[in-house]
Design a protein around this ligand. Structure first.
Ligand code: ATP
Ligand code: MG
Ligand code: FE
Length: 356
């Protein structure tokens, strides 16, 4: 089976071919990601109109490149999977409409995919992980802990009550005058900083509810940056280091609640697994903190390679493949409308999606 995946929900124009042999073992045959960073950098963030136009201009070439790199043509493809939401409406329309056109013209099935399901199932592509597992999804627009019990079977256990973690990184970077996208900039600056210089808050730490909050942290950064202005390079490094330290400690405290719940609900599992996914999962300090947390609690940690944490189409192709082989195709995919908002737990499909 070979699936062509298309991803255009934010500022990456991406296409990929993912295949699966008779044993079910997956292979990424190509994974083309064209980032629009240069187009948006001057504005310090993603500008929706610019993003949509850039997707229109780039998508055909990116799809051609993905097919060529995979050594195949449309005739060798069994189905087209495209991100149908959540994300910026302009980009979603471009990707989904293109996918519909290709599917209709080539007579192939179309599989509309929830972008978050792509992030959620990546660990099965990279590590062949079995269900159930606990998912920490940390990205530009989402921060959630999700119980994953099957394809299309997601239960949210915790969410952020304000900013997403990626958003907190991006806003912190912007405040400090660091380049977009903020996550990698903050991580880089933090490497030479002194995390102990500032005592930033650990929002919700110690509370029984399992949720996240990051806006207070961002406010503390703003206050410190204002007090110290004009900022020396060492000030920026110290703020980033203290911010990242606060983030890792907060995450560890919050995630621990859900590890305990997961263990209670699955006493039979010898080595339960936490998966970290989404763009922020590329952060080395966060991976290290989660690794230590899992180690201390008898969990295994699965973190996909950085390239597959950020937005890409291999995860969309893979989610499409998983839907296809679990019989979770939409009845009328050519009429499927893009969904700018689309919670992962509503990507759920009929109950026959159970199992591995
Ligand atoms: P969503 O997946 O929620 O719809 P998105 O697709 O825009 O949002 P991703 O592409 O999955 O988000 O992740 C992008 C986010 O990841 C950005 O906020 C970016 O700053 C953050 N990020 C990327 N690399 C790092 C890093 N090394 N450290 C921290 N954050 C990072
Ligand atoms: Mg992006
Ligand atoms: Fe994403």
């Amino acid at each position: 089976t070979r699936i062509l995946g298309i991803e255009t929900s934010c500022d990456e124009t991406a296409a990929s071919v993912v295949g699966c042999d008779a044993t079910g073992a997956p292979a990424i045959l190509s994974n083309v990601v064209l980032s629009q960073i240069a187009e948006h950098a001057a504005f310090g963030g993603v500008v929706p109109e610019i993003a949509a136009r850039a997707h229109v201009e780039a998508l055909d070439g990116v799809i051609d490149a993905a097919l060529t790199e995979a050594g195949c043509t449309l005739a060798d493809i069994d189905a087209i999977a495209a991100t149908a939401g959540p994300g910026l409406i302009g980009g979603l329309i471009v990707g989904l409409t293109t996918a519909k056109a290709i599917a209709a013209a080539a007579g192939k099935p179309l599989i509309p995919v929830n972008h978050l399901e792509g992030h959620a199932l990546t660990a099965r592509l990279t590590d062949g992980l079995d269900f159930p597992y606990l998912l920490l999804l940390v990205s530009g627009g989402h921060t959630q802990i999700v119980h994953v019990s099957g394809v299309g079977r997601y239960t949210r256990w915790a969410s952020t009550i304000d900013d997403a973690l990626g958003e907190a990184f991006d806003k912190t970077a912007k405040l400090l005058g660091l380049p977009y996208p903020g996550g990698p900039s903050v991580e880089k600056a933090a490497r030479s900083g002194n995390a102990r210089r500032f005592a930033f808050p650990r929002p919700l730490k110690g509370e029984a509810r399992p949720d996240f909050s990051f806006s207070g942290l961002k406010t503390a950064v703003r206050r410190t940056a204002t007090e110290l202005a004009p900022l020396a390079e060492s000030d920026i490094a110290d703020i980033c280091a203290a911010f990242q330290r606060a983030v890792t400690e907060t995450l560890a405290d919050r995630v621990k609640r859900s590890l305990e719940r997961f263990r209670d609900e699955h006493p039979d599992l010898k080595k339960p697994v936490l998966v970290v996914a989404g763009g922020v999962a590329a952060n080395q300090a966060i991976r290290a903190a989660l690794d230590a947390l899992c180690e201390a609690n008898g969990f295994g940690l699965v973190a996909p390679p950085a390239k597959l944490c950020g937005d890409n189409a291999a995860m969309i192709a893979w989610a499409g493949l998983e839907r296809l082989r679990h019989g979770l195709a939409e009845d009328d995919p050519l009429s499927f409308a893009p969904r700018p908002r689309w919670p992962l737990d509503q990507a759920a499909a009929p109950l026959f999606g159970a199992g591995k």
